[in-house]
Design a protein around this ligand. Structure first.
Ligand SMILES: Nc1nc2c(ncn2[C@@H]2O[C@H](COP(=O)(O)OP(=O)(O)OP(=O)(O)O)[C@@H](O)[C@H]2O)c(=O)[nH]1
Ligand SMILES: [Mg+2]
Length: 216
């Protein structure tokens, strides 16, 4: 039986915290798939709408301010950015989708790159699908989920910016997301609620992902 996220023991949380406190280095930004790093480490990718808070969450997970570039300009991150965590886990910051000012040809090119990456990456063990807790799941997220279901990439919804909605709104969003995930074969049922700004849920997500890391 799999445990629900957030149900990690103190020992698991401490182990995960130690892992994420280790050195994390930028490997490379990839615009073309032939440039991907060799698939030697277990890999976790972070996807979501432009501006959902992917880079901020990566920084919070690794306890760094500037590991992944964050910006107020949506759509800045145009490459797949690879980060090596202690030689045990590869973290990948994917380009955000749904950026209104991107051209149609850019969007088509990125969709192809993303789909090929998701389908063809043998070491991609998990995808964190970030959803803004003020906005909930949108059509762009559903397109992503369809792609993930078709590629059999196991994913979990990570709600971001949980410092923003009222707690009752957040509770009903968690319920709605949990219900919707039951219809998605590759989705893990329970979302994790996070805020990079207020450091909510970061330990729970670290513990969830640490289970995928290469054993020392
Ligand atoms: N309130 C709040 N704002 C956040 C949080 N995390 C990120 N933000 C803000 O959301 C905006 C986008 O954050 P990024 O981390 O750059 O988002 P991203 O998904 O990497 O964006 P792209 O790479 O452009 O797709 C920034 O202004 C952040 O300060 C959070 O936990 N709470
Ligand atoms: Mg980013």
């Amino acid at each position: 039986m799999t445990k629900s996220p957030g149900a990690a023991t103190d020992a698991e949380l401490a182990t995960a915290r130690r892992l994420f406190a280790q050195e994390c280095t930028f490997v490379r930004g990839v615009a073309h798939l032939p440039d991907l790093p060799l698939p030697v480490l277990p890999e976790v990718a972070f996807a979501g709408r432009s501006n959902v808070g992917k880079s901020s969450l990566l920084n919070a997970l690794t306890n760094r301010k500037t590991l992944a570039r964050t910006s107020n300009t949506p759509g800045r991150t145009r490459e797949l950015n690879f980060f090596d965590l202690a030689g045990r886990l590869m973290l990948v910051d994917l380009p955000g989708y749904g950026y209104a000012r991107a051209s149609k040809s850019d969007i088509a090119r990125w969709n192809t790159t993303l789909r090929d990456y998701l389908r063809g990456r043998p070491n991609l063990h998990r995808l964190c699908l970030l959803v803004d807790s003020r906005r909930g799941i949108k059509d762009g997220d559903r397109e992503m989920m369809a792609m993930l279901d078709a590629s059999a990439v196991v994913y979990r919804v990570i709600l971001t910016k949980a410092d923003k909605p009222k707690s009752a709104e957040l509770a009903s969003l968690v319920e709605a997301v949990t219900a919707e995930m039951r219809n998605h074969p590759a989705a893990l049922p329970k979302p994790i609620v996070t805020s990079a700004r207020k450091s909510i849920g970061i330990g729970a997500l670290q513990a969830d992902l640490a289970l995928l890391a290469k054993v020392d």
